[in-house]
Design a protein around this ligand. Structure first.
Ligand SMILES: Nc1ncnc2c1ncn2[C@@H]1O[C@H](COP(=O)(O)OP(=O)(O)OP(=O)(O)O)[C@@H](O)[C@H]1O
Length: 598
């Protein structure tokens, strides 16, 4: 604790007043005798109360102001005031006693005042002590409050930091709360939708149970139906087999080589050309007669009658032709080798009959056959047959084979070879064979082959008329259930124009054509006569068609003729050749069906 000063600073300031009084006193004392000085000291040290009493009992004589005695400047103002009020009698300078008394009185007053001041000092000291104590306690209290305030401030700072963090927390929580609220809403929606779904589920469960019951019933029905269906399938298979046998028996009865005649109509630009006389006698016979012979004097019968398996007049449509031909395609699907070829002079309508014109209505035998095959594939599949169809296109020109699916200029060497030692099946070496999955696939290949044939025809003028064109469709069928398998070939041939050598300047080509056609006729005749040797190998055409012309096959020939009088001779030749073919009856065809081990 700091040392407390004896006097407060305010009192210290008053002290000079006291010292001034003392100085004044000292000045007064210097002029006194020793006795007066003693009395003065005695009085001066006497208590103030007595002095007051003395002053009251002995009134001080009024002192005269002297010029020699300096007025006590340091006398307190109070005394001066009193002096002013009470006018003391003037003391003569020589009256030292009076003066002494006066001074004594003054001393007494001063002494009293001093005592008063001392008392006051004590009083003030006490008060000062009290105040000091109060100040100290206030300071201590202030320090304590200051410390408290500091602590409070610290706490406040901390609290405000906490408050800030809590505020952030609150914001975060608010956001969380908002999110939670939206989630809660979502949950509410989901809950309500879930409730709906649960209801739906219950309903569905009921439906499911009901359906399951129905399913069980249906399953039982299916089992029964399956048994019935299997039985039906067996019946169907038997019926299909019977139908096939019947169909082919009918065909056998009709003959395995069947010939149809088709007369093409004159085209618009040919309308003015003279026509020979053609009479359709019935569905299978025609009568032809040259105009110039009508009024001639030549003897002999001018009319020539021909009978075939059917006649297609100039009004017959492509559909009419195919309705007859389709039986042959059906035979190929039944597992027989089939050959359909168009014979006739150039421009008689062979290509139109085999390939057709533009538009589905004008489709010829080849596109219609492939359409039929792909339509029947579905039915056969239902009966357990899986079919694979492969196609190849070739051309025989001047006894050389050309691959029409190969557009390269440099053709490979193509030879006709035997598939097996029996020689029942043949193939052409290096010939492109493509699998077709749809009619569209096949038509695309057919158009490609036609383009190739036309390109070759442009290089080699009129080659298309002077070559045999062959479209080969190979059908392979497997019935895994019955472990049966068959392969059949459907050969669709557009033969070269059959006009005689006299009417053409292209002798080399004609020689080849005539040779192959005459070889064809020889083969047919040999077959007709049941000869032991059939000269198939004498020409590429007969060699290639061997499996389709021989015993195990069905052949259909369409002899195409036109009605122009100028072509009458060639027409007669064609009709005679066709009649020869028609008279030929091959041995009963056999189906290429085999059993195999899986
Ligand atoms: N039945 C028919 N109805 C309408 N037009 C036909 C008929 N037959 C043929 N034609 C048309 O007659 C023309 C000659 O026919 P096509 O080309 O088929 O004869 P082709 O015998 O094949 O001749 P080539 O031996 O020169 O190939 C063609 O324009 C063809 O469209």
């Amino acid at each position: 604790m700091s040392r407390i000063p004896k006097y407060p600073p305010a009192l210290k300031e008053n002290r000079p007043a006291l010292s001034n009084t003392r100085n004044a006193t000292r000045t007064l004392v210097t002029g006194l005798s020793e006795a007066d000085k003693k009395t003065l000291i005695l009085n001066h040290t006497r208590p103030a109360r007595n002095a007051t009493v003395a002053a009251a009992s002995v009134p001080a004589p009024r002192m005269k102001r002297s010029a020699t005695v300096p007025a006590p400047s340091a006398v307190p103002n109070k005394v001066a005031k009193i002096e002013k009020k009470v006018v003391a009698p003037r003391i003569p300078p020589y009256d030292f006693k009076a003066r002494f008394n006066d001074l004594s009185e003054k001393h007494k007053v001063i002494k009293n005042e001093l005592c008063e001041l001392k008392d006051k000092l004590v009083e003030v000291s006490d008060e000062y002590e009290k105040v000091k104590e109060a100040v100290d306690s206030s300071i201590a209290e202030r320090d304590m409050w200051k410390e408290k305030v500091t602590n409070t401030m610290k706490e406040l700072r901390q609290k405000s930091m906490e408050y800030e963090s809590l505020k952030i927390d609150l914001e975060f929580k608010n956001k969380e709360n908002e999110e939670l609220q939206s989630k809660a809403k979502l949950l509410e929606t989901m809950t309500s939708s879930l409730t709906l779904k649960t209801l739906e589920l219950d309903r569905l469960k009921m439906e499911h149970d009901k359906l399951q019951m129905e399913y069980k019933g249906a399953l039982e029905l299916i089992t029964t139906s399956k048994t019935d269906s299997d039985a039906m399938q067996n019946i169907l298979n038997t019926m299909y087999t019977d139908q096939r046998i019947l169909r082919n028996t009918v065909q056998d009865l009709k003959g395995n080589i069947r010939v149809y005649c088709r007369v093409r109509p004159p085209l618009d630009f040919e309308a003015s050309k003279p026509l020979y006389n053609l009479n359709v006698l019935d569905a299978c016979s025609i009568e032809v007669e040259k105009i110039e012979l009508l009024n001639s004097a030549r003897k002999g019968k001018p009319q020539h009658t021909f009978t075939f398996d059917g006649i297609f007049t100039p009004h017959s449509t492509q559909e009419d032709v195919f309705s007859e031909v389709s039986q042959m395609v059906q035979s190929a699907l039944d597992g027989y080798n089939v050959c359909i070829f168009a014979y006739g002079q150039t421009g008689s309508g062979k290509t139109y009959t085999m390939e057709g014109g533009s538009g589905e209505d004008n489709y010829g035998i080849i596109p219609r056959a492939i359409n039929m095959i792909f339509t029947c594939i579905g039915d056969l599949k239902r009966m357990g047959w899986d079919l694979t169809i492969k196609a190849s296109f070739l051309e025989i020109y001047n006894e050389v084979i050309y691959d029409l699916l190969n557009s390269c200029k440099d053709q490979l060497n193509h030879e006709i070879k035997m598939v097996n030692s029996k020689g029942t099946d043949l193939y052409v070496s290096n010939l492109k064979e493509e699998e077709v999955k749809s009619s569209h696939d096949f038509i695309r290949l057919l158009l490609f082959a036609q383009r190739n044939r036309q390109t070759a025809a442009t290089i080699n003028n009129e080659r298309s008329s002077r070559s045999h064109s062959v479209a080969q469709i190979k059908i392979t069928a497997i019935n895994e259930k019955r472990k049966e398998k068959f392969t059949s070939n459907l050969n669709l041939v557009d033969l070269a124009g059959s006009e005689s050598g006299k009417t053409t300047q292209r002798m080399d080509e004609t020689k080849h054509i005539n040779r192959s056609l005459s070889e064809l006729s020889k083969v047919i005749l040999s077959l007709q006569n049941n000869q032991s040797h059939i000269p198939y190998r004498n020409s590429k055409l007969t060699h290639l068609l061997m499996p389709s012309l021989g015993g195990n096959s069905k052949t259909l020939m369409l002899v195409n003729i036109n009605q122009f009088d100028e072509c009458f001779g060639e027409t007669l030749n064609s009709l005679r050749f066709a009649t020869k073919v028609n008279s030929c009856r091959t041995v009963k065809a056999k189906k290429n069906l085999t059993q195999y081990d899986m």
